[in-house]
Design a protein around this ligand. Structure first.
Ligand SMILES: [Ca+2]
Length: 311
């Protein structure tokens, strides 16, 4: 039986690739896609999620709009990386498939309550606002979650939006702090991993060589955000952050990490949103997260290319 997942997302070109990877993979059943404000405002992330579903030929997918602002802070966005639409690069038509009427938070709650306990995995690819709101509103669902596999945080790579913090966690640190302490089995894909998933020229060429619309789109998205990241990091390509979450569900042996304690900083202006990971186990705080640190990048891109070619 395929593993049932809900993708919570703020597309974002790398979110788009993650959604495509999930929809292309028979091991996974995407129950629904919940949008959250993050890379761009909610009106665009929910629209972008639908654009991506249509690109995959999945106009039947249910897409829900969630929270338009973090729990207590003003929204910070990342148009400087993703462009004004969040999916800048290729020309994309507006979606025709509808947005679901139910709020994403209620959808998450209802879905977890109606399914057998421990059968649904949450895959957050953006700020953790929707997940934290669902846990606040319906604490009974927390123990029903099979696992949370998320993109966010950093330890050795430290920060990409501030010197100390990764974007997803920084945007809603209070939500992240609550989710990390909720007691749900947690797998974290921090920058330490995603910065190894680099879109080199050969890897982008492989997307284009598929000769499909999906392959062309992924190559164009990658070219768009690469310009920014190459200059910033001086690397040979851009990190493909969010697909790491889906790749982990398909092939966990591509990743290596440690089960450690991770706490999110919410009090300091200087290090707000920092994921303080006890990598060296220097405290007696109980481990709460599988915090990944290494990736078989060639294996990751082989998996991604193989699956995207099926769409
Ligand atoms: Ca994202």
């Amino acid at each position: 039986m395929p593993r049932q997942i809900i993708i919570d997302t703020d597309p974002g070109q790398d979110d788009a690739v993650a959604i495509l990877l999930a929809l292309a993979s028979p091991e996974l059943e995407v129950l629904g896609i919940t949008a959250v404000a993050g890379n761009v405002p909610l009106a665009l992330t929910q629209k972008n999620a639908r654009i991506v579903c249509e690109l995959a030929g999945r106009n039947d997918m249910a897409v829900y709009a969630g929270c338009e602002a973090p729990l207590v802070r003003k929204l910070v966005t990342a148009e400087h990386v993703h462009g004004k639409t969040g999916l800048d690069g290729p020309q994309l038509a507006d979606p025709v498939m509808p947005l679901q009427a139910e709020h994403a938070v209620d959808y998450i709650i209802d879905t977890l309550r109606s399914a057998p306990s421990g059968t649904i995995t949450l895959c957050p690819l953006g700020p953790l606002t929707n997940i934290a709101q669902a846990f606040r509103k319906a604490p009974d669902i927390i123990e029903r979650v099979q696992e949370i596999v998320l993109m966010g945080g950093a330890y050795f790579e430290v920060g990409n939006i501030t010197p100390a913090a990764e974007f997803n966690i920084y945007v809603d640190p209070e939500a992240a702090a609550e989710v990390f302490l909720a007691g749900v089995p947690l797998v974290v894909m921090p920058l330490d991993v995603t910065h190894k998933a680099l879109t080199t020229q050969a890897r982008v060429d492989a997307f284009r060589a598929m000769g499909t619309r999906v392959g062309d789109m992924v190559a164009e998205w990658t070219n768009f955000f690469e310009r920014f990241d190459k200059e910033k990091y001086g690397s040979e390509g851009a990190p493909l952050h969010d697909p790491c979450v889906i790749a982990y569900l398909l092939q966990p042996d591509l990743f290596k990490g440690r089960h450690v304690n991770v706490v999110v900083e919410t009090g300091s202006d200087l290090t707000l949103g920092m994921t303080v990971a006890d990598w060296w186990r220097v405290t007696d705080r109980a481990p709460n997260a599988m915090f990944m640190g290494d990736l078989d990048a060639d294996g990751f891109f082989a998996l991604l290319t193989d699956r995207l070619a099926r769409l």
